[in-house]
Structures are given as C-alpha cells and as structure tokens.
Design a protein around this ligand. Structure first.
Ligand SMILES: [Ca+2]
Ligand SMILES: [Ca+2]
Ligand SMILES: [Ca+2]
Length: 203
C-alpha cells in the first residue's frame, strides 16, 4: 500500500482564487482506510507575496477506494511575474507507506509586462524663483521586477521669449495656435523637476 501525490498546474487568474486540486492515491484499494497528513510550503511562489494560501491537514482515503483530493487555493493578481511553484508534502501515513510524497504546484502567470506612462502637469508660473512641476510616472500593472525609465525635458512651443515654434511640429496649425497664444515676454518658464525615478505602480 504505497501513497503518492501528483503535481498540479493552474492558470493564476487576475482576482479571487483558483483551486489547485491535488490527488492523493494509493497503489491499490485496501480493506482499511488510509490517512496521511499534508502541508504546503513556499517555493518561488510564496505566502509573503500572496501567491497562494497555505493548506494543511489530514486526508483520508476510504476503504476499498484508491484516491482522495486536497485543494490549495491560488490567489489571482495582475502582477507581471514568472511562473512560480510551491510544494505540498505528505507525512505520517496510517495503513500505508509513502512513495512519491512530494507534490509540486505550478502557478502559470497570465499577466503581461506593464506599460509605463507619464501624466501632464500644469503649474502657475509665479513671479520669482522656481516652481516644481511634479510629473507622475505610472505602470499599467505591477511587476515583481523594479522598473527604470529614462526621462528628459525638451522645449515646447515657446523657446525663451521668442515668438516661434521649435522642433516639435512644423505644420501650420500649431504655428497658428502659437500666434494666438499668450505672450509673457521674456520671462522663462519654470524648470520641470522630476522626483520620480522609479514609477509608482498604479494598482
Ligand atoms: Ca494574473
Ligand atoms: Ca502571483
Ligand atoms: Ca501574476
């Protein structure tokens, strides 16, 4: 009478939980019921990262049957990450011995690499000194890797106080818009300063 547990792979999902149903089997039916303890443990999937929910207890295989099931709940998320695994192990068998007592649970990630974006910011110029224009860099979804993105400022429709477009768009419409835009003489616009070097996940 030899016990074994299988390996189970589930697709993670984006919310709630998905059941990973492991089957605990004996090599042949017996006139006696069989019990065995089970316990999950972290692999690359971890409880700390909320990848799955811990499960432990005793599973019983009734007399004259060959299998029973143990369910582990996998947590859905929208985080971009690798496929990850956790373990479920058998111990303390009664009326049987353990053959393959190590089950591997694989969580198949179904999330894509995030897209970075930056918002638009408007500040009131003021009369002296500088004003901070704080831009927020965001990701479309979280990721288990840190993200960096380069940034730089460039002139827009006004260069210093001069009344001309520069480098951005050469079509007549933008020139016309600039011509009717405000005129603040030679006062320089505030210098944008970005405090965000690492985007803030938006969810
Ligand atoms: Ca997901
Ligand atoms: Ca996950
Ligand atoms: Ca994920």
């Amino acid at each position: 009478m030899v016990l074994s547990i299988d390996d189970v792979k589930v697709v993670e999902g984006n919310g709630g939980t998905t059941n990973a149903v492991f089957t605990v089997s004996v090599s042949n039916p017996s006139a006696q019921s069989v019990t065995v303890d089970y316990q999950t443990s972290d692999g690359s999937a971890t409880l700390a990262n909320a990848d799955y929910q811990a499960a432990s207890g005793t599973v019983k295989i009734a007399a004259n049957t060959t299998s029973s099931t143990v369910t582990v709940q996998v947590n859905g998320d929208t985080k971009f990450e690798a496929d990850e695994t956790y373990s479920i192990d058998l111990s303390n068998p009664v009326n049987a011995t353990i053959g393959d007592g190590h089950g591997v649970g694989t969580i198949s990630n179904d999330d894509t690499q995030p897209v970075a974006s930056i918002d638009d910011v408007k500040v009131v110029e003021g009369n002296t000194g500088t004003v901070d224009a704080v831009f927020t860099v965001s990701l479309s979804n979280t990721t288990d890797q840190s993200v960096t993105v380069a940034y730089s400022t460039s002139d827009g429709t006004r260069h210093g106080g001069q009344q001309r477009l520069r480098g951005r768009d050469r079509n007549g419409q933008d020139r016309a818009q600039d011509a009717v835009g405000d005129d603040h003489g030679s006062r320089s616009p505030a210098t944008p300063s970005s405090r965000a070097t690492t985007p803030t996940p938006s969810s």
